[in-house]
Design a protein around this ligand. Structure first.
Ligand SMILES: Nc1ncnc2c1ncn2[C@@H]1O[C@H](COP(=O)(O)OP(=O)(O)O)[C@@H](O)[C@H]1O
Ligand SMILES: [Mg+2]
Length: 215
């Protein structure tokens, strides 16, 4: 029973499901619950103070648009659909452009054209980059994140570095699976994963994937 549980915890799909459930719970669901209260309030005001009721409804309308965007992002995280139409390099540049729109951080990238033998490997790598860049923008409070993806003689090397506040690697956060999933995805690519960080020293992640995986 104990072993079964351990296996479950390290299953990528299970971790993904938990992350998505948490994303939905922390954002869209909480915001929707909040809007229900606002609408109840607007309902009370309708007859006594219609102007106030209209103001509340206008805020609700705005917030619903934000929730639509959040749900769009969550769906996007389920399946990076553009990988069906674009190659990995263009998909990554699409992702970084999207991230630039939502973040103050400077994003610098140098991406080689890499064609994996297995299509699913591209999705794994794409997701790793998505999580690393997302973490840098969300948590680091830094000014710049650099992403380099290079095909070297012996390995494909992904390197992501930010100049932010860093964090204590020993301090595990419950219900935060992003870093764990990165490690599991690196394993799924038969690769290695090094995460280097310390308070006020920025964060650096290096993933090495065997060159045999690519064409
Ligand atoms: N680039 C980073 N800079 C600073 N802190 C980070 C960075 N990446 C991760 N962290 C810290 O590690 C924690 C765990 O990250 P992660 O496993 O991706 O979960 P989540 O992003 O859902 O919080 C984050 O909550 C944050 O405190
Ligand atoms: Mg994360």
């Amino acid at each position: 029973m104990k072993n079964e549980k351990k296996e479950l915890i390290f299953d990528i799909q299970e971790l993904d499901r938990r992350r998505i459930a948490r994303d939905l719970h922390d954002t869209s669901l909480q915001n929707l619950a909040h809007l229900v209260h606002k609408l109840e309030l607007a309902f009370k005001y309708v007859d006594v103070d219609p102007v106030q009721a209209k103001l509340i409804i206008a805020v609700v309308q705005q917030n619903i648009n934000l929730i639509i965007e959040e749900i769009r992002n969550t769906i996007f995280n389920l399946r990076p659909m553009m990988l069906d139409d674009l190659d990995l390099k263009n998909s990554i540049s699409w992702l970084l452009d999207k991230q630039k729109e939502n973040s103050e951080m400077k994003i610098v990238s140098e991406i080689d054209d890499i064609l994996f033998k297995k299509e699913s490997d591209s999705v794994e790598l794409f997701r790793i980059i998505q999580e690393c860049v997302g973490n840098a923008c969300k948590h680091s409070q830094g000014s710049c994140v650099t992403i380099s993806l290079k095909k070297r003689k012996d390995a494909v090397v992904l390197h992501i570095k930010d100049d932010g506040i860093g964090f204590d690697l020993e301090q595990k956060k419950e219900k935060h699976f992003g870093l764990l999933i990165i490690k599991e995805r690196a394993k799924a690519l038969s690769g290695s994963c090094k995460i280097m960080s310390a308070p006020n020293q920025g964060t650096e992640i290096e993933i090495k994937i065997p060159v045999e995986n690519v064409k």
